[in-house]
Design a protein. Structure first.
Length: 230
């Protein structure tokens, strides 16, 4: 019986991680991920405008425009960019587009310390938008114009995001964890963008060979912004 059970939360079908309670199967792999989910009654802000006081380089602007155009055409994307290339700034334009169209967008990373650090950067870039930050111990508010969250918290958002951006896909604990991978997969109803400095060969080849995916490369170091250095 366990062989025919597939967890609708994490995708587990391994009988070793399937238990039974009162004759009904349950998943032991993600049983600890239980908590509040969004009500989906949030009314979006009226002015989700991007405001930055520095300029992207020509190469960054190119990637930024490609991300937006590819999203509009329904492609999933992987951006391979070296450390210090300003990966976060590359997705500002597509995030603005998604928010202005009253769609659901999230930016996720595996580590909570990174999410906490990113909060001020996004609030600076989108001063009129409600930015919600979600991580372990900080889960009171789940709805906003842009959601920043750890990959662990994606279990709360089943079939929810029109665009999910995941940075550091090569980092622990997301990399190699099937539970976190399936949380991310199940949270998407639209498209996704992966960001990484060192994506493994398997995922790079998957993007190269999938006609519904786009692989973008930004091979620059120590990028200088106007009035700002990353």
């Amino acid at each position: 019986m366990g062989n025919f059970f597939i967890c609708d939360k994490c995708g587990n079908s391994d009988p070793l991680y399937i238990g039974f309670l009162n004759g009904k199967p349950y998943c032991r792999r993600c049983i600890d991920f239980i908590g509040k989910e969004p009500d989906d009654f949030y009314i979006p802000s009226k002015e989700n405008n991007l405001k930055i006081d520095y300029k992207l380089t020509e190469e960054q602007e190119r990637i930024s425009n490609e991300l937006l155009n590819n999203y509009k055409n329904g492609f999933n994307q992987l951006v391979k960019a070296v450390c210090g290339a300003g990966k976060t700034e590359l997705v500002f334009k597509v995030i603005e587009y998604v928010m202005k169209n009253n769609l659901k967008v999230a930016f996720s990373v595996p580590r909570r310390d990174v999410i906490i650090d990113l909060e001020s950067r996004f609030k600076e870039a989108f001063p009129n938008s409600k930015i919600v930050t979600i991580y372990g111990g900080h889960t009171e508010d789940l709805e906003g114009d842009l959601i920043l969250l750890t990959t662990h918290q994606l279990y709360r958002f089943k079939n929810y995001f029109d665009l999910l951006i995941i940075d550091e896909i090569d980092a622990f604990p997301y990399n190699g964890d099937p539970v976190l991978y399936n949380f991310a997969k199940n949270s998407i109803r639209g498209n996704f963008i992966y960001l990484s400095a060192t994506p493994d060969k398997k995922i790079v080849n998957e993007f190269k060979n999938n006609k519904n995916c786009k692989l973008l490369n930004l091979d620059v170091r120590c990028i200088q912004f106007q009035n700002r250095k990353l």
